[in-house]
Design a protein around this ligand. Structure first.
Ligand code: FAD
Ligand code: NAD
Length: 479
């Protein structure tokens, strides 16, 4: 007889592994199927996030940032360390070590929580049955009361720039360059383009980013996006907006890229090209044809607000369903679904999911930006504060950026927080918590913040909503 589980999760990325751990914690007999095999041929957990996404990119962002600090900024603060040189092999080794520690941690958590780890490719063959084809080709069948699909996403490929070993690469390839490309092309000024473009620019590449849209970071508040564009340009990223890539040619280990912009047809030659034009949901081989789980027009598994698919007992979470393709969104959905399966009430607030671009400075936001609120017909008031007036930011030698709060003009409720600064990815939690608790800007203004801290810029932005920031010369007179 087939092994029987309360829950089988397909995919052990941050959606799937979190769902499996939570389900096991709630007393459900749980298995998680994973097919990812690392360079050593070992099945590894953690999915895109831990193996080729969030974690390795942050390791390279951190090491390349430290290199720039040593090269360009140590002398300013009184450290004469000479001329540093990047050791790319060592940086990649550090990154791989970070990945190994993280993926090893998930396997240990599975053991500690009693999650059965199944190795191979999982397929939903009916609403209560999953088939797992192991790496040896052998197939086993398992019964499950509930199934959670967490198969993630893969990079979008575009016909003008087919991937070409070592020359035209996706984000995974861009985490593996063993030397600094002299001329690096990046297609797409989205999150990956800016993060990985920054990594290699810091290490010495001449980076050109080709972005099809005319606007830069349209999801971010326009004041913050404008500041980001200015700072990234100063750092050496040549960001060309309105540049639509139409073709490419690989010649003598060089990539010639053709694109059109406002001035007509253009051509530029690179040593390497990164294609990062988005990701698409991954469902290949996950569903039997007759299982009845519906996909939407974008190829995502169709789900309701509680991540239920069109088939009772089958759920789907993370990048394979609608919504932002973010690890923490996948994990939250994983916990919600496990709670629901265990019979608890659970829901997610999709309006309060933070986003962060881990450049230097970081760009982070949650909720509405001013332009979107206005477009939606919501009357807003805003408060902004520059980090150049924050004591801790000056002491950190990181005075760039600003924090901006968007609040409802009538109720004062916080609708959004948009920040560009050092550690904006940490500061944004304040906006998320404010929104989760339905706080007003005044609630934040009346809160006591530690001094000196960069958080105080958020406090001042909240005070500025009513024109009463303390450390700003042009504040209103208090009534
Ligand atoms: P995935 O992490 O994609 O995991 C899906 C898993 O399912 C994979 O392990 C896959 O092997 C497995 N699988 C698929 N089909 C099957 C099958 N049939 N049987 C068994 N296993 C299967 N997000 C952030 O929030 N912050 C960041 O800083 C960030 N940085 C990123 C940087 C890069 C370069 C990239 C590419 C992505 C980044 N992301 C980041 C996005 C983040 O990685 C994803 O949103 C997240 O991994 C989605 O989690 P998931 O569990 O839905 O899917
Ligand atoms: P993205 O959607 O963020 O950006 C893709 C960009 O490519 C867009 O600006 C788009 O206009 C542009 N583009 C599309 N086709 C083009 C063309 N033919 N020519 C020129 N430009 C073109 O996608 P991404 O950067 O590939 O990232 C994929 C996903 O991974 C995102 O959804 C993101 O949420 C996630 N991610 C998150 C983080 C993070 O949270 N820090 C980091 C990396 C990736």
């Amino acid at each position: 007889m087939a092994d029987k589980f309360d829950v089988i999760v397909i995919g052990a990325g941050p959606g799937g592994y979190v769902a499996a751990i939570r389900a096991a914690q709630l007393g459900l007999k749980t298995a998680c199927v994973e097919k990812w095999v690392n360079k050593e041929g070992k099945t590894v957990h953690g999915g895109t996030c831990l193996n080729v996404g969030c974690i390795p990119s942050k390791a390279l962002l951190e090491t390349s940032h430290k290199f720039v600090e040593a090269r360009d900024h140590f002398a300013e603060i009184g450290i004469d360390a000479g001329e540093p040189t990047p050791n790319i092999a060592k940086m990649l080794e550090f990154k791989d070590g970070v990945i190994a520690k993280n993926v090893g941690g998930i396997s240990a958590l599975f053991k500690a929580n009693g999650v059965t780890a199944l190795e191979g490719t999982g397929k939903v063959v009916s609403s209560k049955q999953v088939e797992v084809t192991g790496h040896d080709g052998e197939t086993a069948s398992y019964e499950a009361e509930n199934i959670v699909i967490a198969s993630g996403s893969v990079p979008v490929e575009i016909p003008p720039t087919p991937l070409t070993e070592g020359l035209i690469v996706d984000s995974s390839g861009a985490l593996e360059f063993d030397e600094v490309p002299k001329r690096l092309g990046v297609i797409g000024a989205g999150v990956i383009g800016l993060e990985l473009g920054s990594v290699w620019s810091r290490l010495g590449s001449d980076v050109t980013v080709l972005e099809a849209m005319d606007s830069f970071l349209p999801m971010v508040d326009k004041d913050v996006a404008k500041e980001a564009q200015k700072l990234f340009k100063k750092q050496g990223l040549d960001i060309k907006l309105g540049a639509r890539v139409t073709g490419s040619e690989v010649k003598d280990k060089e990539v010639v890229v053709k694109y059109t912009d406002a001035n007509g047809e253009q051509e530029q030659t690179f040593d390497k090209l990164i294609v990062c034009v988005g990701r698409r949901p991954y469902t290949e081989g996950v569903l039997s044809d007759d299982v009845g789980v519906k996909l939407d027009e974008r190829g995502s598994v169709f789900v309701d607000d509680e991540c239920r698919t069109s088939v009772p007992g089958v759920y789907a979470i993370g990048d394979v369903v609608r919504g932002p393709m973010l690890a923490h969104k996948a994990s939250e959905e994983g916990m919600m679904v496990a709670d629901i399966i265990a019979g608890h009430k659970a829901e997610m607030n999709y309006d309060a999911i933070p986003s962060v671009i881990y450049t230097a400075p970081e760009v982070a936001w949650v909720g509405m930006n001013e332009q979107d609120a206005k477009e939606a017909g919501i009357e807003v008031k805003t408060g902004s504060f520059p980090f150049s007036a924050n004591g801790r930011a000056l002491a950190n030698n990181a005075p760039e950026g600003m924090a901006k709060i968007i609040a409802d003009a009538e109720t004062d409720r916080v609708l959004g927080l948009h920040i560009i600064s050092q550690h904006a990815g940490e500061l944004i939690a304040q906006g998320v918590i404010a929104m989760e608790f339905g706080s007003s800007a005044e609630d934040l203004a009346l809160t006591c913040y530690a001094h000196p801290s960069t958080s105080e810029a958020v406090h001042e932005a909240a005070l500025a909503v009513d024109g009463h920031a303390i450390h700003m010369a042009n504040r209103k007179k208090r009534k």
